[in-house]
Design a protein around this ligand. Structure first.
Ligand code: GLV
Ligand code: MN
Ligand code: MN
Length: 415
């Protein structure tokens, strides 16, 4: 079987998808179920149908595009990623795995390969946590990691629930039905940019993921006392933003002092109320993201954050409330999927690195229900979640080629 990736077409589709953006290019902002995202999804569905794939959507908006195998009853081999994008993001996060997956299927079709198992492109809904606070909503529901009731109740910043938003987007099915049946997939592979600098530093084009780090997210609200910026003297203050500042540094320290560079912690949102130059901040909301490859160490960092919350609350006389959004276990990638990827690399003489994924992906949750692996390609300077995110055309082509061959290896051929 000789596979050719149509690099020109794949790159042009990447550029086209980037134009569905609420930010000015090269920045991409595509928040799930906004009018812009819905247009992008419609464009993508048309590309899948053009390739002869049978397309369906489930109640949360996961898109399944299936190339039927000669035994349509056999478990499918899946690939895919996401197309939603955080504010001010780049063109490649998620999209490389979706359009690369589509091109991998088209390359297999062109080669004359006839799979016994169906090959399915899965475009996960709402991977990014921007709209509903929690990431990977689609794959959490597919894998049964989150209940339909809990998912339906989640709200966006405007107070609209997942149920309201998805129904407005025309997704009227039952969230209970999103969970996949046991044995739906035989295996799953996700192609993604690395979102870190290691491949580029090693000058190696491909990374085979061994495990995916464990993410956790907290929402913290600090309630102090507001007042006049001139009138209230310093000993009388309960400034919520000063308490937040102290807490943010304690969170940084919880990661720095864990004893391992694998522990990372980030405060990415800090909403200050009332936000006026001459008014003491009375209320602050923070979001905290903590990750580690080691679950016990990640939980240790979270405990350290909890202690800092108690200490700062007492010392500064402010009330601090914490809400746990998610605390997920890490995932190991499946040996059979890693082998398919490694065999394909070796057959071409492509060097590869075995590496940890420090970002989370829908594969973290899909791995709970089927053998799963991930293939990384480099991104310039390790930049991701920013407009200058960039992956080189040759790396994208290689990634799609190795993905296509690995999908074929995971299928049984009918020839
Ligand atoms: C995914 O976007 C992540 O934040 O790891
Ligand atoms: Mn992302
Ligand atoms: Mn991603």
């Amino acid at each position: 079987m000789k596979l050719e990736i149509d690099q020109q077409r794949l790159l042009s589709e990447l550029e086209t998808l980037a134009t569905f953006s609420d930010a000015e290019l090269p920045a991409v902002t595509r928040i799930v179920f906004t009018p812009t995202d819905l247009k992008a999804r419609a464009w993508l569905i048309a590309r899948c149908e053009e390739a002869g794939l049978a397309v369906r959507q489930d109640a949360i908006g996961n898109i399944f595009a299936r190339w039927n195998g000669t035994d349509p009853e056999a478990p499918a081999v899946g690939t895919g990623s996401h197309i939603d994008a955080i504010p001010n993001a780049g063109k490649y996060d998620g999209v490389v795995g979706v359009l690369g997956g589509l091109e991998a299927i088209r390359a297999l079709q062109r080669s004359g390969f006839r799979p016994k198992n169906s090959i399915e492109l899965l475009v996960f809904a709402t991977e990014e946590p921007t709209r509903f606070s929690i990431g990977c909503l689609g794959s959490r529901l597919l894998s049964g990691t989150l209940s339909a009731e809990a998912a339906g109740r989640l709200k966006d910043r405007d107070g609209e629930s997942v149920d309201e938003v998805r129904r407005k987007a025309g997704l009227n099915g039952n969230l209970q039905d999103v969970k996949l049946s046991k044995g739906y997939y035989k295996g799953f592979v996700e192609l993604h940019i690395e979102q870190g600098p290691l491949l580029e530093r090693a000058q190696i084009s491909l990374g085979i993921v061994t495990s995916i780090a464990a993410p956790a997210c907290l929402r913290i609200s600090i309630e102090g006392a507001g007042g006049h910026a001139g009138g209230v003297l310093m000993p009388d203050r309960k400034d919520a933003l000063c308490a937040a500042a102290e807490l943010i540094l304690a969170i940084e320290n919880a990661a720095r002092s864990s004893g391992a560079t694998d522990t990372v912690a980030t405060v990415g949102v800090c909403d200050v109320f009332p936000g006026a130059v001459n008014s003491i901040p009375s209320r602050v909301k923070l979001t905290v993201d903590v990750r580690d490859t080691d679950l016990a160490r990640r939980n240790g960092a979270m405990k350290a954050i909890e202690s800092a919350v108690e200490m700062i609350s007492q010392k500064r006389g402010v009330a601090i409330q914490q809400e746990l959004i998610n605390a997920d276990a890490p995932a190991d990638c499946a040996p059979e999927v890693r082998k398919a990827l490694a065999d394909s690399c070796r057959e071409h003489g492509f060097p590869f690195l075995q590496m940890v994924s420090r970002a989370y992906h829908d594969s973290l949750f899909i791995s709970r229900i089927t053998p799963t692996g991930m293939l990384f390609i480099p991104c310039r300077n390790g930049y991701s979640h920013r407009p200058d995110e960039y992956a080189a055309p040759e790396d994208i082509r290689r990634g799609a080629l190795v993905l296509a061959e690995s999908l074929a290896k995971l299928c049984s051929s009918s020839q």
